[in-house]
Structure formats: C-alpha cells, structure tokens
Design a binder for this molecule. Structure first.
Ligand SMILES: [Zn+2]
Length: 440
C-alpha cells in the first residue's frame, strides 16, 4: 500500500455473556454441542403473546464491561426493537439497544510495540443472540438453543488505522472480558464474533469517507488482520482508478485469503428501530452504579503500569497477565520475597517455567531460594576441592594431557561429590581446565 492512503477501520465485537439463564427467559444459557432445540420456551421461540423478562445479571455485567472500558454509563436506558426478517429470528425483530445504550464513549488502552494507545469506543450495548442455522446438504436446519442468549456488542469509533492496531485491540478486549469473568470469548465456540468496517481515503483528506465496507465471518484474530489487509489493497486499487468502492457487506474466505461480496449493506433506518414496548425503561440510582463499579478488579493496564515500574520487560506482560490468579500470586510473591529477590527475578521464573505458574507465592519463593542455594559453594573453596581431586586422580590428569578432554566431566563429578552438589558445574569446568593446563 502506498503511504499516501489512510485506512479507516471500526470494529464491532459481539460477546456472549456466560450468565446462568438467557436474556429474556429462564432457559439455561447453554448452546454449544447441546442437543438442538432442547433449551427453548415460548419467549425465546418468539411465540405470539410471550412476554420477555430481562436478566438482571446480564445488565449488571454489561454495566461492569462498560465501566471497565471507561464509558459513560447511562443511568436511564431501555431496549429497542431491531426489525428484520431471517429464519434464525422467529419474532421478526431482535431486542437490542439503539437509542440509549448502557455505555457510551469509552476507550480501551492498548499496547502496540510498547506504545500506549487509546482505542475509542462509540458504545457498549446489550441485546439477544439469534438462533443458529445449520446447513446440511440441500437442507437448512434451525437450532434455537442460542436464541435469546445475552449478547454484548462493543462498537469502536472509526479510529483504527492498521491491521496491527485491530489485532492489538481485539486481544485486549478478549483479555479484559475474560478477566472480568463475563464471557469465555471463545471464537471457535462463537462466544466472541468479529466484524470490521473498513474504508480508505487519501492522507490529505479530512473527515470520514463516504462509504464503508463491512467484513463478516472473521473467526480468528489472524483472519481479521488478513481480511483488513486484503480490503485495504482492494479498495486502494478502486480509488486509484478514480472510483468509489461499493458500500456492501463482504465475507472472508480464509482458504484463499480474500473477501467476497455478499449483499449491499443495510443502514440503521432499514431496521425501523423503536423502543421495545414490552419492557419498561430502566433507571439505576448513582449508588447502584457505584456498587457495580466497586466490584471492578484491578485491570490489566493498571497492572502493566506496576510491571513497568518494576522494570519487567513488556514482552513478559502477556504471560504474567494470563489470569487474575497468576498476577495476584506474582504480586504476593514479590511482597513475600522482597528482601531477597527483585520482582524481575520472580517474574523471570514464572515466565520461563510454566509449571511454576500453578504454585503458591510461598512455593515460588522457596523455588527461587533453592536455586540460589543449589550452587552456593564459593570460588576459593571450589579451587581447594579441585586441587584435592586432581591430586587423588593422577590417571585422569594423564588422560587429559593425552588429549582426552572428556575426563573433565568425570572430575566435575568428583568435585561435586566433595561439595555435596553445591558446586556450579560451569564454574567447576572452567577452574578444572585452568588447573589441568597449569600442570602440563
Ligand atoms: Zn427460553
């Protein structure tokens, strides 16, 4: 791509919340590899006359997510109907949020090549998932177990400018949502689904392009990167000819690494949004919002500040922040071992030895102490032992002088025996060779 072009990317991410029950009924929130249509009822099947009852837990989790991402929380919000027809949506509309989402205008801090950057959000809103179409040869089957599963959509502003930024943002989103224990964010199971809106304009242009292309079916971070790269190149080629790329929805073919046209893109007015008449608006008191906010754990970017202050290399952050439990154990170990070990020494053990990540802080420090004590024999004492060993093993000295250097290993073993295993083998080898050479 020529540097005179500026890609403009916005991302829409859907995540399924892992609440016990669905969004508007009491059916269990389980659909992955379950016998089809076993967790359904008149509400999630959209039968006439069935009335939705909102899931409080899902609402609280959405407020928590929006808070974590620095959104303004609307104390008053409501649900809206998004009208469209598709067989996986038996009611003919999806209950979503359009006019007053739970969270607006936040940002997600990310690290890109160790540079801090804020990815700005337009909104965080709550809706219901649809059923699932299963294509079998000539037939298409429908499983409604997924219908009505709570779904949070996190929408960025069109503020990303490269596939790398998109990937860093998505990884951060996944990390934080798992951190909050609100979603598995498992792309294979479909509990995290990605869409990208991509357009390109000349660097010199201001404002936003007049068109955007939406790419769907992106079920891995790698595919997002590939699809964005492909789209940027495709659109630049069209723009170079003085044309404007078509506003449309495209799919991504991972095998060929290309996007392909699916249909023209809908705009908001096509959905005839209107407030959901069956669910009254919500109003949360400042105290209730405060209480939810207070349950927010320390977030990965706050830990990253701490790790940076402790001179932990940024390449280790991802490993140390794999889980809340691991970073908490690390922190406890730092406190416990602060007289003897630097945070970096402790971090190094956890990063380099995977089995240590399941240990308690006490065990982590004990392991560091053991390693420290293991080769505690000092150099002078070692030199004495080496002299003794060499005196006792004239045959080995003779062999060495004949060029049989492998006797060094044997001599290290003899030294180690006298040192009760406390000699550093590397240093011992060095000193033995030095000594042997001085004899010849
Ligand atoms: Zn149901």
């Amino acid at each position: 791509m020529n540097s005179s072009w500026q890609p403009i990317i916005g991302l829409e991410v859907h995540v399924e919340l892992k609440t016990k029950s669905k969004m508007f009924c009491s059916c269990p929130n389980r659909h992955f590899r379950e016998p089809p249509n076993t967790h359904v009822c008149p509400i999630c099947l959209g039968l006439p006359g069935a009335l939705p009852v909102p899931n409080q837990e899902a609402i609280k989790q959405t407020i928590l997510i929006a808070t974590a991402f620095h959104c303004q929380i609307n104390r008053q919000f409501w649900f809206d109907r998004k009208n469209y027809f598709y067989p996986d949506l038996p009611k003919g509309y999806q209950i979503s949020q359009h006019f007053r989402p739970i969270g607006e205008k936040g940002y997600v801090p990310v690290l890109i090549n160790n540079q801090k950057k804020k990815i700005f959000l337009d909104n965080v809103h709550l809706e219901e998932d649809t059923g699932k179409l299963i294509h079998q040869g000539e037939e298409t089957l429908i499983d409604y177990n997924r219908s009505g599963v709570p779904l949070v959509e996190i929408v960025t502003q069109p503020c990303l400018h490269s596939p790398q930024e998109a990937k860093a943002y998505l990884k951060r989103l996944q990390q934080v949502l798992r951190w909050l224990e609100v979603s598995d964010c498992d792309m294979e199971k479909g509990s995290m689904r990605l869409e990208a809106n991509i357009s390109v304009q000349r660097q010199t242009e201001t404002g936003l392009p007049t068109y955007k292309v939406e790419v769907k079916n992106l079920n891995s971070f790698r595919f997002v990167e590939k699809a964005i790269e492909y789209e940027i190149n495709r659109q630049v080629e069209i723009l170079k000819q003085g044309k404007i790329p078509k506003q449309e929805t495209r799919g991504f073919d991972p095998e060929r690494g290309v996007t392909f046209s699916q249909r023209s893109k809908e705009v908001a007015k096509d959905y005839r949004y209107f407030p959901e008449p069956d669910i009254p608006p919500f109003e949360f008191s400042p105290e209730e919002i405060k209480e939810i906010k207070s349950s927010l754990p320390q977030l990965p970017w706050e830990w990253e500040e701490k790790l940076t202050a402790w001179e932990i290399p940024p390449v280790w952050f991802e490993t140390l922040l794999k889980s809340k439990k691991l970073i908490a154990n690390f922190y406890q170990a730092v406190l416990l071992g602060k007289k003897e070990f630097t945070p970096k020494q402790i971090a190094s053990l956890l990063v380099n030895q995977a089995q240590m990540r399941n240990k308690t802080p006490k065990e982590i420090i004990a392991s560091l102490k053991k390693a420290q004590n293991q080769y505690s024999l000092d150099k002078e004492k070692m030199a004495e032992l080496i002299k003794e060993v060499i005196k006792e093993q004239p045959k080995a000295v003779e062999d060495f002088q004949k060029g049989k250097t492998q006797v060094v290993g044997f001599l290290i073993g003899q030294v180690q025996k006298k040192a009760k295993g406390k000699a550093d083998p590397k240093l011992a080898a060095q000193l033995i060779i030095q000594e042997l050479k001085s004899l010849s």
